[in-house]
Design a protein around this ligand. Structure first.
Ligand SMILES: C[S@@+](CC[C@H](N)C(=O)[O-])C[C@H]1O[C@@H](n2cnc3c(N)ncnc32)[C@H](O)[C@@H]1O
Length: 270
């Protein structure tokens, strides 16, 4: 089994995505969507950005490596009555069956960054996007002090080292890597811009400890960390570190959760 696919099918990212809907919507609103527009949402999960894109009238294809998330996305699209949105399985490293120049925009919010071959990913995103089109990426930033980067850092500290040659997804949060990867795909540096932006994890009813419990139960990288920690008797230590982190960053005063997470927003103008 492809370990990249296994990681994301292991849990159920819909449980985490539920906290991310407002920021997904806001990000899409900021893109100036003006139909007719064909959009690829790559690593789309269950449609946090794909549904808002389709509601604005774009023709949206969501591609994700995880079969369970593709099914969840198609169910959400059907429930919302969105006929201009379909989800299908695929790998950002090799978008088989997707023709060159298919889309006006390719969007990947915390999605393609998790694919293991970043140079292939950049090449594929450029290949399937039309000349004159746009690529938008949202990428977590290594060593950033805010929530998700720290969850991933703490989780990694409790997980066995990755196999030799593994390229950390977090490298997509570094401008020099972004420029190098799109550069190899034929895009000059002046066509690439980056800016720091914020995603917010929001729950009106669940406090930070409950949010972490859901990461533990459903978020692949954190699930793996807990499995490894359990073998070393370090489960409680990992749990306390994550709960402390979430509590320290929580800005909700009424028992719920509102935690900001900084990310690198990338725009590539083709
Ligand atoms: C953190 S989730 C983000 C999902 C969604 N974009 C969102 O914002 O809710 C990462 C997503 O990337 C997908 N993914 C990981 N590796 C992938 C790959 N090689 N090709 C396509 N999708 C991938 C996962 O299955 C998962 O849905």
């Amino acid at each position: 089994m492809n370990p990249n696919k296994a990681l994301w099918e292991k849990g159920d990212f819909t449980a985490i995505a539920a906290f991310m809907r407002e920021s997904g919507e806001a990000l899409v609103q900021s893109l100036g969507i003006a139909p007719p527009l064909r959009v690829l949402d790559l690593g789309c999960g269950d449609g946090t950005t794909a549904l808002p894109l389709a509601r604005l009238g774009a023709d949206v294809t969501g591609i994700d490596i995880a079969q369970n998330l593709v099914a969840a996305g198609n169910q959400r699209a059907a429930e919302a009555g969105l006929r201009n949105l379909t989800f299908q399985e695929g790998d950002a490293c090799s978008l088989q069956g997707v023709a060159d120049d298919s889309f006006d925009m390719t969007l990947s919010v915390f999605g393609a960054m998790f694919a293991p071959k970043p140079f292939d990913v950049a090449k594929e995103m450029v290949r399937v996007t039309k000349p004159g089109g746009r690529i938008i990426m949202g990428n977590w930033i290594p060593n950033d002090p805010t929530f998700v980067s720290q969850v991933l850092k703490v989780s990694a500290a409790f997980t066995p080292p990755p196999p030799e040659g593994f390229i950390s997804p977090m490298t997509w949060g570094v401008e020099a890597n972004i420029v190098e990867r799109f550069g190899q795909a034929g895009v000059p540096a002046e066509k690439i811009s980056t800016v720091r932006d914020t995603f917010r994890f929001i729950s009106p009813s669940k406090g930070p400890a409950e949010v972490i419990a859901l990461f533990r139960q459903f978020y692949g990288p954190t699930m793996n960390a807990f499995e490894a920690a359990q073998k070393n008797g370090k489960e409680d230590e990992l749990n306390s570190q994550l709960v402390e982190l979430a509590k320290a960053q929580n800005q909700s005063a009424d028992g719920g959760t509102s935690i900001a997470a900084t990310f690198m927003r990338v725009t590539v103008q083709l």
